[in-house]
Design a protein around this ligand. Structure first.
Ligand code: C2O
Ligand code: CU
Length: 487
Protein backbone atom coordinates (compact mmCIF):
# COMPACT_ATOMS: atom_id res chain seq x y z
CA UNK A 1 0.00 0.00 0.00
CA UNK A 2 2.56 2.49 1.19
CA UNK A 3 5.05 1.56 -1.51
CA UNK A 4 2.47 1.68 -4.25
CA UNK A 5 1.57 5.24 -3.39
CA UNK A 6 5.11 6.36 -3.04
CA UNK A 7 6.82 4.71 -5.94
CA UNK A 8 6.17 7.28 -8.61
CA UNK A 9 7.06 10.54 -6.88
CA UNK A 10 10.15 9.23 -5.18
CA UNK A 11 11.57 7.85 -8.36
CA UNK A 12 11.07 11.24 -9.90
CA UNK A 13 12.76 12.62 -6.82
CA UNK A 14 15.72 10.35 -7.38
CA UNK A 15 16.11 11.42 -10.96
CA UNK A 16 16.33 15.01 -9.83
CA UNK A 17 18.81 14.06 -7.13
CA UNK A 18 20.85 12.09 -9.59
CA UNK A 19 20.89 14.99 -11.96
CA UNK A 20 22.01 17.63 -9.54
CA UNK A 21 24.61 15.61 -7.74
CA UNK A 22 26.18 14.12 -10.84
CA UNK A 23 28.92 16.72 -10.85
CA UNK A 24 29.99 15.75 -7.34
CA UNK A 25 30.16 12.01 -8.08
CA UNK A 26 30.50 11.07 -4.46
CA UNK A 27 31.55 7.53 -3.82
CA UNK A 28 30.19 5.69 -0.87
CA UNK A 29 32.25 3.78 1.66
CA UNK A 30 32.48 0.75 -0.60
CA UNK A 31 33.76 2.82 -3.46
CA UNK A 32 30.51 2.43 -5.34
CA UNK A 33 28.84 5.33 -7.05
CA UNK A 34 25.79 6.52 -5.18
CA UNK A 35 23.91 6.64 -8.42
CA UNK A 36 23.83 2.88 -8.62
CA UNK A 37 21.37 2.86 -5.76
CA UNK A 38 19.15 5.31 -7.58
CA UNK A 39 18.71 3.03 -10.53
CA UNK A 40 15.05 2.38 -11.15
CA UNK A 41 15.73 -1.26 -11.92
CA UNK A 42 17.51 -1.77 -8.64
CA UNK A 43 15.16 -3.62 -6.32
CA UNK A 44 17.20 -2.65 -3.33
CA UNK A 45 16.68 1.05 -3.84
CA UNK A 46 14.15 2.22 -1.31
CA UNK A 47 11.31 4.23 -2.75
CA UNK A 48 11.14 6.45 0.27
CA UNK A 49 14.88 6.91 0.62
CA UNK A 50 16.44 6.97 -2.84
CA UNK A 51 20.03 7.16 -1.65
CA UNK A 52 21.10 4.08 0.32
CA UNK A 53 22.97 4.47 3.59
CA UNK A 54 26.30 2.92 4.45
CA UNK A 55 26.38 -0.18 6.65
CA UNK A 56 27.94 0.64 9.98
CA UNK A 57 31.14 -1.34 10.46
CA UNK A 58 30.83 -0.82 14.20
CA UNK A 59 34.33 0.52 14.33
CA UNK A 60 33.59 3.37 16.75
CA UNK A 61 31.88 3.27 20.14
CA UNK A 62 28.97 5.67 19.91
CA UNK A 63 29.33 9.15 21.42
CA UNK A 64 26.98 10.00 24.27
CA UNK A 65 25.83 13.57 24.74
CA UNK A 66 26.59 15.07 28.13
CA UNK A 67 23.66 15.65 30.47
CA UNK A 68 23.00 19.10 31.84
CA UNK A 69 20.52 19.94 34.56
CA UNK A 70 19.37 23.34 35.82
CA UNK A 71 21.61 24.95 38.44
CA UNK A 72 19.36 27.12 40.61
CA UNK A 73 16.82 26.87 37.82
CA UNK A 74 19.22 28.02 35.12
CA UNK A 75 20.51 26.17 32.06
CA UNK A 76 23.02 27.77 29.69
CA UNK A 77 22.66 26.82 26.03
CA UNK A 78 24.98 28.35 23.46
CA UNK A 79 24.85 27.79 19.72
CA UNK A 80 28.37 27.78 18.36
CA UNK A 81 30.53 26.59 15.51
CA UNK A 82 33.59 24.42 15.74
CA UNK A 83 35.52 21.54 14.31
CA UNK A 84 34.78 17.89 14.93
CA UNK A 85 36.79 14.79 14.09
CA UNK A 86 34.00 12.66 12.66
CA UNK A 87 36.44 10.80 10.40
CA UNK A 88 39.92 9.89 11.63
CA UNK A 89 42.38 12.57 10.67
CA UNK A 90 39.78 15.04 9.30
CA UNK A 91 38.41 18.11 11.03
CA UNK A 92 34.86 18.79 9.86
CA UNK A 93 33.44 22.29 10.28
CA UNK A 94 30.32 21.76 12.39
CA UNK A 95 27.70 23.50 14.51
CA UNK A 96 26.71 22.49 18.01
CA UNK A 97 25.17 23.54 21.31
CA UNK A 98 27.65 23.94 24.18
CA UNK A 99 30.18 22.10 22.04
CA UNK A 100 31.32 21.74 18.48
CA UNK A 101 28.73 19.22 17.26
CA UNK A 102 25.11 18.42 18.16
CA UNK A 103 24.00 19.18 21.72
CA UNK A 104 23.67 17.95 25.27
CA UNK A 105 20.68 16.30 26.90
CA UNK A 106 18.90 18.91 28.99
CA UNK A 107 17.24 17.09 31.87
CA UNK A 108 14.32 18.85 33.56
CA UNK A 109 11.52 17.82 35.92
CA UNK A 110 7.81 18.19 35.59
CA UNK A 111 6.61 21.10 37.76
CA UNK A 112 9.95 22.84 38.01
CA UNK A 113 10.51 26.43 36.93
CA UNK A 114 13.38 26.69 34.50
CA UNK A 115 15.24 29.39 32.64
CA UNK A 116 17.04 28.48 29.45
CA UNK A 117 19.74 31.13 28.96
CA UNK A 118 20.22 30.94 25.21
CA UNK A 119 23.14 32.55 23.45
CA UNK A 120 24.02 32.78 19.78
CA UNK A 121 27.76 32.52 19.18
CA UNK A 122 27.28 31.64 15.51
CA UNK A 123 28.24 34.10 12.80
CA UNK A 124 24.62 34.18 11.59
CA UNK A 125 21.17 34.61 13.17
CA UNK A 126 19.46 31.62 14.74
CA UNK A 127 16.58 30.74 17.07
CA UNK A 128 16.19 28.13 19.80
CA UNK A 129 13.08 26.01 19.26
CA UNK A 130 12.00 23.43 21.86
CA UNK A 131 10.33 20.72 19.82
CA UNK A 132 7.50 19.15 21.79
CA UNK A 133 7.65 21.50 24.74
CA UNK A 134 4.50 23.04 26.15
CA UNK A 135 5.78 26.63 26.39
CA UNK A 136 4.47 30.21 25.92
CA UNK A 137 4.65 31.30 22.28
CA UNK A 138 7.21 34.03 22.89
CA UNK A 139 9.67 31.44 24.20
CA UNK A 140 8.95 28.78 21.60
CA UNK A 141 11.79 29.85 19.35
CA UNK A 142 9.93 29.98 16.06
CA UNK A 143 11.05 32.23 13.20
CA UNK A 144 9.90 35.38 15.05
CA UNK A 145 12.38 34.93 17.90
CA UNK A 146 15.63 35.60 16.08
CA UNK A 147 18.85 35.98 18.06
CA UNK A 148 21.47 37.91 16.18
CA UNK A 149 25.13 37.05 16.41
CA UNK A 150 26.30 37.51 20.01
CA UNK A 151 22.79 37.98 21.40
CA UNK A 152 21.55 36.23 24.53
CA UNK A 153 17.94 35.69 25.62
CA UNK A 154 16.43 34.08 28.73
CA UNK A 155 13.46 31.76 28.22
CA UNK A 156 11.55 31.16 31.44
CA UNK A 157 8.77 28.61 31.84
CA UNK A 158 7.33 25.99 34.17
CA UNK A 159 7.58 22.41 32.99
CA UNK A 160 3.96 21.56 32.43
CA UNK A 161 3.93 18.05 30.92
CA UNK A 162 4.79 14.48 31.72
CA UNK A 163 7.93 12.41 31.30
CA UNK A 164 9.09 12.43 27.69
CA UNK A 165 11.99 12.70 25.29
CA UNK A 166 11.84 15.99 23.40
CA UNK A 167 14.46 17.80 21.39
CA UNK A 168 15.60 21.27 20.37
CA UNK A 169 16.89 22.79 17.17
CA UNK A 170 17.05 26.13 15.34
CA UNK A 171 14.13 27.64 13.40
CA UNK A 172 15.22 30.82 11.57
CA UNK A 173 13.27 31.41 8.37
CA UNK A 174 15.29 30.18 5.39
CA UNK A 175 18.14 28.63 7.40
CA UNK A 176 16.55 25.95 9.57
CA UNK A 177 17.39 23.04 7.29
CA UNK A 178 20.99 24.10 6.81
CA UNK A 179 21.65 24.82 10.50
CA UNK A 180 20.21 21.48 11.56
CA UNK A 181 22.22 19.81 8.81
CA UNK A 182 25.44 21.32 10.20
CA UNK A 183 24.74 19.91 13.65
CA UNK A 184 22.30 21.98 15.66
CA UNK A 185 20.14 19.42 17.46
CA UNK A 186 19.97 18.46 21.12
CA UNK A 187 17.68 16.49 23.42
CA UNK A 188 15.41 17.36 26.32
CA UNK A 189 14.44 14.72 28.86
CA UNK A 190 11.49 15.44 31.12
CA UNK A 191 11.12 13.32 34.22
CA UNK A 192 8.17 13.13 36.54
CA UNK A 193 7.16 11.15 39.62
CA UNK A 194 5.68 8.45 37.42
CA UNK A 195 8.81 7.93 35.31
CA UNK A 196 10.98 7.72 38.43
CA UNK A 197 8.86 5.08 40.11
CA UNK A 198 8.22 2.91 37.04
CA UNK A 199 11.47 1.02 37.35
CA UNK A 200 12.25 1.31 33.66
CA UNK A 201 15.91 1.24 32.64
CA UNK A 202 17.06 4.80 33.39
CA UNK A 203 20.76 4.54 34.08
CA UNK A 204 22.06 6.95 31.46
CA UNK A 205 24.80 5.48 29.32
CA UNK A 206 24.39 2.05 30.88
CA UNK A 207 20.90 0.80 30.11
CA UNK A 208 19.28 4.01 28.83
CA UNK A 209 20.69 5.57 25.66
CA UNK A 210 19.66 8.41 23.36
CA UNK A 211 20.09 7.62 19.65
CA UNK A 212 20.02 10.60 17.31
CA UNK A 213 19.81 9.47 13.67
CA UNK A 214 21.00 11.76 10.89
CA UNK A 215 22.10 11.09 7.34
CA UNK A 216 24.61 13.37 5.70
CA UNK A 217 26.66 13.81 2.57
CA UNK A 218 30.32 14.68 3.04
CA UNK A 219 32.64 16.23 0.47
CA UNK A 220 35.91 14.49 -0.29
CA UNK A 221 37.51 16.77 2.29
CA UNK A 222 34.90 15.44 4.76
CA UNK A 223 33.03 18.72 5.01
CA UNK A 224 29.33 19.50 4.88
CA UNK A 225 28.34 21.28 1.70
CA UNK A 226 24.63 21.80 2.21
CA UNK A 227 24.12 23.92 -0.88
CA UNK A 228 25.73 21.33 -3.14
CA UNK A 229 23.50 18.48 -1.99
CA UNK A 230 20.38 20.41 -1.02
CA UNK A 231 17.18 19.01 -2.51
CA UNK A 232 13.81 20.74 -2.50
CA UNK A 233 12.02 17.50 -1.58
CA UNK A 234 14.38 16.69 1.23
CA UNK A 235 18.12 16.55 1.60
CA UNK A 236 19.24 12.97 1.99
CA UNK A 237 22.78 11.68 2.44
CA UNK A 238 24.58 8.36 2.09
CA UNK A 239 26.42 8.56 5.40
CA UNK A 240 24.70 7.75 8.67
CA UNK A 241 25.72 9.42 11.89
CA UNK A 242 24.21 8.26 15.17
CA UNK A 243 24.84 10.77 17.96
CA UNK A 244 27.30 12.25 15.48
CA UNK A 245 29.33 9.03 15.33
CA UNK A 246 30.26 7.47 11.99
CA UNK A 247 30.33 3.64 11.89
CA UNK A 248 28.94 3.46 15.44
CA UNK A 249 28.47 0.51 17.73
CA UNK A 250 26.80 0.42 21.10
CA UNK A 251 28.14 -1.76 23.90
CA UNK A 252 25.37 -3.15 26.09
CA UNK A 253 24.90 -5.65 28.89
CA UNK A 254 22.73 -8.76 28.78
CA UNK A 255 19.73 -6.94 30.16
CA UNK A 256 16.82 -4.78 29.11
CA UNK A 257 18.12 -1.74 27.30
CA UNK A 258 16.08 1.39 26.71
CA UNK A 259 16.75 3.27 23.48
CA UNK A 260 15.34 6.74 22.92
CA UNK A 261 15.18 7.07 19.16
CA UNK A 262 15.09 10.49 17.52
CA UNK A 263 14.88 10.99 13.80
CA UNK A 264 16.49 14.40 13.40
CA UNK A 265 17.38 13.88 9.77
CA UNK A 266 16.28 16.61 7.39
CA UNK A 267 14.17 14.24 5.31
CA UNK A 268 15.03 10.56 5.60
CA UNK A 269 12.55 8.10 7.11
CA UNK A 270 13.79 5.10 9.06
CA UNK A 271 12.06 1.82 9.74
CA UNK A 272 13.96 0.34 12.66
CA UNK A 273 14.18 -3.45 13.09
CA UNK A 274 16.51 -5.97 14.66
CA UNK A 275 18.59 -7.98 12.17
CA UNK A 276 17.72 -11.11 14.17
CA UNK A 277 14.01 -10.62 13.51
CA UNK A 278 13.37 -10.43 17.24
CA UNK A 279 10.63 -8.23 18.58
CA UNK A 280 11.12 -5.34 20.96
CA UNK A 281 8.82 -3.27 23.15
CA UNK A 282 7.75 0.28 22.45
CA UNK A 283 7.14 2.22 25.66
CA UNK A 284 6.83 5.85 24.55
CA UNK A 285 5.76 8.09 21.70
CA UNK A 286 6.92 11.67 21.03
CA UNK A 287 5.40 13.14 24.17
CA UNK A 288 5.20 10.44 26.81
CA UNK A 289 4.66 6.83 27.76
CA UNK A 290 2.13 4.58 26.11
CA UNK A 291 -0.37 3.19 28.59
CA UNK A 292 1.30 -0.17 28.27
CA UNK A 293 4.27 -1.39 26.31
CA UNK A 294 3.55 -2.91 22.94
CA UNK A 295 5.48 -5.58 21.12
CA UNK A 296 6.70 -4.63 17.67
CA UNK A 297 8.96 -6.05 15.00
CA UNK A 298 9.62 -2.67 13.46
CA UNK A 299 8.85 0.99 13.96
CA UNK A 300 8.99 3.80 11.42
CA UNK A 301 9.99 7.32 12.40
CA UNK A 302 9.71 10.26 10.03
CA UNK A 303 11.73 13.45 10.65
CA UNK A 304 10.98 15.01 14.02
CA UNK A 305 9.39 11.89 15.53
CA UNK A 306 10.68 9.99 18.56
CA UNK A 307 9.96 6.64 20.14
CA UNK A 308 11.36 4.87 23.16
CA UNK A 309 11.90 1.16 22.84
CA UNK A 310 13.22 -1.58 25.09
CA UNK A 311 15.27 -4.45 23.73
CA UNK A 312 15.85 -7.48 25.92
CA UNK A 313 19.47 -8.50 25.40
CA UNK A 314 19.39 -11.24 28.05
CA UNK A 315 18.66 -13.85 25.38
CA UNK A 316 21.82 -12.94 23.45
CA UNK A 317 25.46 -13.44 24.33
CA UNK A 318 28.83 -12.02 23.37
CA UNK A 319 28.88 -14.06 20.15
CA UNK A 320 25.46 -12.90 18.96
CA UNK A 321 25.35 -10.65 15.94
CA UNK A 322 22.68 -8.13 16.85
CA UNK A 323 22.17 -4.83 15.08
CA UNK A 324 19.53 -2.23 14.54
CA UNK A 325 18.84 -2.23 10.81
CA UNK A 326 16.54 -0.26 8.54
CA UNK A 327 13.94 -1.30 5.96
CA UNK A 328 16.70 -2.18 3.51
CA UNK A 329 18.55 -4.21 6.15
CA UNK A 330 21.33 -1.65 6.28
CA UNK A 331 23.17 -1.98 9.59
CA UNK A 332 22.50 1.29 11.36
CA UNK A 333 23.87 0.33 14.76
CA UNK A 334 25.51 -2.98 15.65
CA UNK A 335 25.53 -3.93 19.32
CA UNK A 336 28.46 -5.33 21.20
CA UNK A 337 27.11 -7.49 23.98
CA UNK A 338 29.62 -7.55 26.71
CA UNK A 339 28.67 -7.58 30.30
CA UNK A 340 27.55 -10.63 32.24
CA UNK A 341 23.85 -11.22 32.41
CA UNK A 342 22.18 -9.04 34.97
CA UNK A 343 18.62 -9.41 36.10
CA UNK A 344 16.50 -6.51 35.04
CA UNK A 345 12.93 -6.09 36.19
CA UNK A 346 10.04 -6.64 33.84
CA UNK A 347 8.38 -3.62 32.26
CA UNK A 348 5.53 -2.40 34.44
CA UNK A 349 2.02 -3.31 33.29
CA UNK A 350 0.71 0.24 33.45
CA UNK A 351 2.92 3.07 32.23
CA UNK A 352 0.51 5.96 31.73
CA UNK A 353 -3.11 7.09 31.77
CA UNK A 354 -3.43 8.55 28.28
CA UNK A 355 -6.98 8.56 26.95
CA UNK A 356 -8.87 9.95 23.99
CA UNK A 357 -12.21 10.71 25.59
CA UNK A 358 -15.63 10.05 24.06
CA UNK A 359 -16.14 13.79 24.07
CA UNK A 360 -12.95 14.34 22.08
CA UNK A 361 -14.01 11.65 19.63
CA UNK A 362 -17.34 13.36 19.05
CA UNK A 363 -16.07 16.93 18.68
CA UNK A 364 -16.70 18.46 15.25
CA UNK A 365 -13.79 19.34 12.99
CA UNK A 366 -13.07 23.05 13.42
CA UNK A 367 -9.82 23.37 11.50
CA UNK A 368 -9.09 21.79 8.15
CA UNK A 369 -5.65 21.66 6.63
CA UNK A 370 -4.73 20.36 3.22
CA UNK A 371 -1.08 19.56 2.59
CA UNK A 372 -0.21 19.57 -1.07
CA UNK A 373 2.62 19.68 -3.57
CA UNK A 374 6.25 18.91 -3.92
CA UNK A 375 9.56 20.72 -4.04
CA UNK A 376 9.23 24.48 -4.08
CA UNK A 377 5.48 24.22 -4.73
CA UNK A 378 4.45 22.91 -1.33
CA UNK A 379 1.44 24.50 0.34
CA UNK A 380 -0.98 24.25 3.24
CA UNK A 381 -4.51 25.23 2.20
CA UNK A 382 -3.06 26.52 -1.07
CA UNK A 383 -0.83 29.02 0.67
CA UNK A 384 2.83 29.26 1.44
CA UNK A 385 4.22 30.47 4.74
CA UNK A 386 4.04 34.19 5.43
CA UNK A 387 5.45 35.35 8.71
CA UNK A 388 3.02 38.27 8.70
CA UNK A 389 -0.11 36.18 8.22
CA UNK A 390 -1.91 34.37 11.05
CA UNK A 391 -3.65 31.36 9.52
CA UNK A 392 -5.73 30.23 12.48
CA UNK A 393 -6.66 31.35 15.95
CA UNK A 394 -7.52 29.10 18.86
CA UNK A 395 -8.64 29.73 22.43
CA UNK A 396 -6.32 28.92 25.29
CA UNK A 397 -7.20 25.60 26.94
CA UNK A 398 -9.88 24.65 24.38
CA UNK A 399 -9.62 21.39 22.52
CA UNK A 400 -10.22 21.61 18.79
CA UNK A 401 -10.19 18.91 16.16
CA UNK A 402 -7.70 19.58 13.41
CA UNK A 403 -8.32 17.54 10.31
CA UNK A 404 -5.18 17.26 8.23
CA UNK A 405 -5.39 15.82 4.74
CA UNK A 406 -2.40 14.93 2.57
CA UNK A 407 -3.72 15.59 -0.92
CA UNK A 408 -1.97 13.45 -3.54
CA UNK A 409 -0.93 14.88 -6.86
CA UNK A 410 -0.92 13.19 -10.25
CA UNK A 411 2.35 11.47 -9.39
CA UNK A 412 1.10 10.11 -6.08
CA UNK A 413 2.46 12.48 -3.50
CA UNK A 414 4.79 12.15 -0.54
CA UNK A 415 4.65 11.45 3.15
CA UNK A 416 4.56 14.67 5.14
CA UNK A 417 5.54 14.53 8.81
CA UNK A 418 3.14 17.11 10.26
CA UNK A 419 4.26 18.96 13.39
CA UNK A 420 2.56 21.48 15.67
CA UNK A 421 4.59 23.68 18.02
CA UNK A 422 3.95 24.36 21.68
CA UNK A 423 1.80 21.36 22.52
CA UNK A 424 1.31 17.60 22.45
CA UNK A 425 -1.77 16.40 20.60
CA UNK A 426 -3.84 13.21 20.50
CA UNK A 427 -4.41 11.25 17.32
CA UNK A 428 -8.18 10.73 17.25
CA UNK A 429 -8.38 8.85 13.96
CA UNK A 430 -6.57 8.03 10.74
CA UNK A 431 -8.88 7.74 7.75
CA UNK A 432 -11.73 7.38 10.21
CA UNK A 433 -10.16 4.42 12.00
CA UNK A 434 -8.66 4.20 15.45
CA UNK A 435 -4.90 4.77 15.15
CA UNK A 436 -2.44 1.91 15.54
CA UNK A 437 -1.39 1.09 19.12
CA UNK A 438 1.95 2.78 18.64
CA UNK A 439 0.15 6.10 17.97
CA UNK A 440 -2.06 5.87 21.05
CA UNK A 441 -0.02 8.31 23.08
CA UNK A 442 1.00 11.96 23.06
CA UNK A 443 2.39 13.12 19.73
CA UNK A 444 3.73 16.36 18.32
CA UNK A 445 4.66 15.07 14.87
CA UNK A 446 2.68 12.60 12.79
CA UNK A 447 3.51 10.92 9.54
CA UNK A 448 0.72 11.46 7.01
CA UNK A 449 0.74 9.36 3.87
CA UNK A 450 -0.63 10.55 0.54
CA UNK A 451 -4.43 10.56 0.52
CA UNK A 452 -4.56 10.05 4.27
CA UNK A 453 -6.66 12.16 6.62
CA UNK A 454 -5.80 12.40 10.28
CA UNK A 455 -7.91 13.94 13.01
CA UNK A 456 -5.99 15.43 15.88
CA UNK A 457 -7.30 16.71 19.21
CA UNK A 458 -5.25 19.84 19.79
CA UNK A 459 -5.18 21.97 22.92
CA UNK A 460 -2.77 24.74 23.83
CA UNK A 461 -1.97 25.48 27.45
CA UNK A 462 -0.10 28.69 26.70
CA UNK A 463 -0.73 31.81 24.67
CA UNK A 464 1.20 33.03 21.70
CA UNK A 465 1.94 32.37 18.06
CA UNK A 466 2.91 28.83 17.11
CA UNK A 467 4.07 27.27 13.87
CA UNK A 468 2.64 24.12 12.33
CA UNK A 469 4.46 22.59 9.41
CA UNK A 470 5.85 19.66 7.53
CA UNK A 471 8.99 18.49 9.36
CA UNK A 472 10.67 17.48 6.16
CA UNK A 473 12.89 20.50 6.67
CA UNK A 474 13.15 21.53 3.04
CA UNK A 475 9.35 21.49 2.72
CA UNK A 476 9.15 23.68 5.79
CA UNK A 477 11.69 26.06 4.24
CA UNK A 478 9.75 26.06 0.98
CA UNK A 479 6.62 27.28 2.71
CA UNK A 480 4.73 24.23 3.96
CA UNK A 481 4.14 26.02 7.25
CA UNK A 482 1.49 28.17 8.87
CA UNK A 483 0.80 29.97 12.15
CA UNK A 484 -1.84 29.59 14.81
CA UNK A 485 -2.36 32.32 17.37
CA UNK A 486 -3.57 31.19 20.78
CA UNK A 487 -5.29 33.76 22.96
CU1 C2O B 1 11.10 20.44 15.16
CU2 C2O B 1 9.02 23.68 13.78
O1 C2O B 1 10.06 22.06 14.48
CU1 CU C 1 6.44 17.60 3.42
Amino acid sequence: MRLKFLAAPFLIGSIILGGCSASNSHKNEHGMMDHSTMNMENDHASHTNPIALNNSTGQNEIALPSIIEPQNGLVNITAQQGETEIFDGFQTMTYGYNGSFLGPVIKIKSGENVTFRTKNDLLEPTTFHWHGLDIPGDGDGGPHQILKQGQSVDVNFTVNQGASTLWFHPHPEGATAEQVYKGLAGLIYIEDDNSLKLNLPNDYGKNDFPLVFQDRHFTEEKQFDYNAVQNADGTIGNTLLVNGTFNPKLTVGRERIRLRLLNSSNARNYTFKLNTGDAFQQIATDGGFLNKSIELNEITLTPGERAEIIIDFSKFDAESDVALVNEENIRLLPFKIEHPKSSSTAIAEVLNDYVVTEEEKSLPVTKQLELFGMGKMVTINNQQFDMHRIDFTQKLGETEIWEVYNKPDTMGGMIHPFHIHGTQFKVVSIDGEEPAASLQGWKDTISIEPNQTVKLAVKFNNKGIYMFHCHLLEHEENGMMGQVEVN
